[in-house]
Design a protein around this ligand. Structure first.
Ligand code: HEC
Length: 124
């Protein structure tokens, strides 16, 4: 094998492991805090826990997710039960979690930490 190919292969494997790691933290947070209701695949549970995969939050509205996740939500028309808040999550964790969900089910948009900091000043 010549050096060029080896360098390309090394670069590709570094890139691949970064890609995995990029969303790995968010996936772990999702699995720990969200999957027991919304399920590992985001599909939720019938009419009790809504599917995240089709949620409008993940299509054009990800900046609304930090407040929803921190505060939870009282029963709306969507479900008869409540979503609890996860107010202990830090901004970096929120960013990882939201970016994982957006990457996996949403429109791929990214919510950086500084946008989260701005947004959560005004949660209702
Ligand atoms: C105890 C069960 C439970 C857990 C755990 C939970 N949720 Fe929810 N979630 C719900 C319920 C119930 C609703 C609907 C609440 C309503 O009727 O307004 C909901 C709503 C949502 C919605 C809005 C769906 C829509 O389209 O309106 C999103 C997005 C969401 N949850 C994300 C998350 C994330 C991210 C986590 C983890 C940090 C999480 N949830 C943890 C029960 C849960």
């Amino acid at each position: 094998m010549n050096k060029g190919i080896i360098i390309v292969l090394i670069a590709m494997s570094i890139w691949a492991s970064c890609q995995q790691e990029k969303y790995g933290q968010g996936k772990r947070i999702y699995t720990a805090y969200c999957a027991n209701c919304h399920m590992e695949n985001g599909q939720g549970l019938g009419e009790i826990y809504p599917s995240i995969t089709k949620s409008s939050y993940l299509y054009g509205n990800i900046s609304e997710l930090p407040c929803l996740i921190l505060n939870g939500r009282q029963s709306s028309q969507i479900s008869t039960v409540q979503m609890p808040g996860f107010s202990h999550l830090r901004e970096a964790e929120l960013s990882n979690l939201i970016n994982y969900m957006s990457h996996t089910w949403g429109d791929q948009s990214i919510l950086p930490i500084d946008k989260i900091q701005d947004r959560i000043k005004n949660c209702q």
